[in-house]
Design a protein around this ligand. Structure first.
Ligand SMILES: Nc1nc2c(c(=O)[nH]1)N[C@@H](CN(C=O)c1ccc(C(=O)N[C@@H](CCC(=O)O)C(=O)O)cc1)CN2
Length: 284
């Protein structure tokens, strides 16, 4: 029969409509959620993501401030800019687009952001809160995956989730969020021998490895849910880490690339920014 294709893009549009209403209500209380996005350099994909973030935040009625800096910006200049934004009252969320140029320590930059404004959920305080099951800012892509699974009414509790990939941005936090939902979580990565041995046992497979077509039909159990987080350009075409054509007849649910998980990343950033503003004004 073939998999149910889950379009995160449609869910993202629905959620953004709801956020528009929420921002309008906050405005009646003189609260305007404000987001600062900082980017260094001119990588075309990163520029397109940050412009997408700015456009999406303005569309829901938030204040948005995009700061574009040269690739040669020093670490200290960036840390000073973050300190200014930490102190700026109208700014409730701060995000530094990753990856950063090699001469800058990403960890130092992440730790410079006020945890109360860390709408990416990357600060160790927020990561620690997530790990201990507390309410906090969750990283946007993993959070988007959790929302996709919940909206599609996919059971998580007691299910075996195999995460392929162990990045701080996606792999590690998505496993943690699903563990918090009582899943049994296995992590696989580039040094895992026999990837298929593990993925074949999974009820839910989340692939965030950055390798086009890594997971194929032969890696998947009949009826499994497959979430593709890959964003790879092959011959100018955007493709995921999952070989769609061979997985689609086997999986029960499958997210496509594009229009699957990707659009939820920016949507959850908007959610986190609204949450940050509400927390600062104590309206949560
Ligand atoms: N500070 C951060 N940096 C990065 C993050 C992040 O969450 N915070 N994530 C990624 C990139 N990213 C957002 O920044 C992102 C990636 C993909 C999409 C998306 O909507 N993808 C579309 C396709 C877009 C295209 O055509 O290229 C899709 O999958 O349909 C949004 C945001 C790294 N850096």
């Amino acid at each position: 029969m073939g998999a149910n294709i889950i379009y995160g893009k449609e869910l993202a549009a629905e959620l953004r409509e709801e956020m528009k209403q929420e921002v309008a209500e906050l405005k009646t209380k003189n609260i305007v959620p404000g987001l600062t996005v900082i980017i260094l350099g001119e990588d075309p994909a990163s520029l397109s993501y940050v412009r997408g973030k700015q456009k999406a935040s303005e569309k829901v009625g938030m204040e948005s401030n995009l700061i574009e800096m040269p690739e040669t910006t020093s670490e200290q200049e960036l840390l000073d800019l973050i300190a200014e934004q930490n102190a700026e009252e109208s700014v409730h969320g701060i995000l530094v687009q990753l990856p950063l140029p090699a001469h800058i320590s990403e960890q130092k930059v992440i730790e410079a952001i006020d945890p109360a404004k860390d709408v990416d959920g990357f600060h160790p305080i927020n990561v620690g809160r997530m790990m201990t099951g507390q309410d906090t800012f969750y990283p946007c892509t993993p959070y988007g995956i959790l929302v996709i699974l919940k909206k599609a009414e996919i059971d998580i509790k007691g299910k075996h989730v195999v995460v392929v990939g162990r990045s701080n941005l996606v792999g590690k936090p998505v496993g943690q969020l699903l563990l918090n939902e009582h899943a049994t979580v296995t992590y696989c990565h580039s040094k895992t021998p026999d990837l298929g041995y593990h993925t074949k046992q999974a009820d839910i497979v989340i692939v965030a490895a950055g390798k086009a077509g890594l997971v194929t039909g032969k890696h998947i159990k009949e009826g499994a849910v497959v979430i593709d987080v890959g964003v790879n350009r092959v011959d100018g075409k955007l493709v995921g880490d999952v070989d769609f054509d061979s997985v689609e007849p086997i999986a029960s649910h499958l997210t496509p690339v594009p229009k699957g998980v990707g659009p939820m990343t920016i949507t959850m950033l908007l959610h986190n920014t609204i949450k940050a503003a509400k927390k600062i004004y104590n309206v949560i």
